[in-house]
Design a protein around this ligand. Sequence first.
Ligand code: GSH
Length: 225
Amino acid sequence: MTASLKLISHKLCPYVQRAVIALNEKGVPFERIDIDLANRPDWFLKLSPLGKVPVLVVTTAKGEVALFESNVICEYIEETQGGAALHPVDALTRAEHRAWMEFGSATLGDLWGLETTTDPATFESKRQALAAKFARVEAALGAGPYFAGDAFSLVDAVFAPIFRYFDVFDEVTELGIFSDLPKIRAWRAELAKRPSVRTAVGADYPQLLRAFLVRHDAHLLKLAA
Ligand SMILES: N[C@@H](CCC(=O)N[C@@H](CS)C(=O)NCC(=O)O)C(=O)O
């Protein structure tokens, strides 16, 4: 029996999206179950040690295993599913890619909470931390179109949802993070065209994210002024 895959998801979560992009790239069928993070069901809390999405439930002849941590899930998908490789063959380059995947998660750490930051000084320091992180990404980028050149990789899967989050965030308040980063702007545009990326969210994603951000709209707009 081949493993069956069930992804526990939230409609807006960029960590979930990186796993979906990896699954889409591999062309693997999977079931996606969206949950409400504000009201997490008991069955989910039993599966997820930190109560976070994504969780990939892998069912094999031996039973069910619930994998957590999005990068670990991506690695499992890469190791077990066919299709084009999403990691470089060379061990050192692969390790570098893994480091940049972690770095992608660190940028999300700075992005989180910006929408609820009411203090202008905190907002500005978080904005600057993000800008500094993306300047490092810019320096790591080559000629494109993807992180590692022609081959789409898990690093692309990690950053594509982050850029998508910025698409909507920038409508609410212009952070100006990418204005001096031309390689990232080109990379971001390329990722947005990729079918695996485009289909990783539902059609309602921009509307839902806008609604989430606009709940804090008043002070965000004030801070941006
Ligand atoms: N390190 C985790 C982070 C996942 C994460 O933070 N997910 C958020 C949603 S985007 C979550 O589930 N938050 C719920 C909570 O923290 O209570 C991963 O990479 O999977």
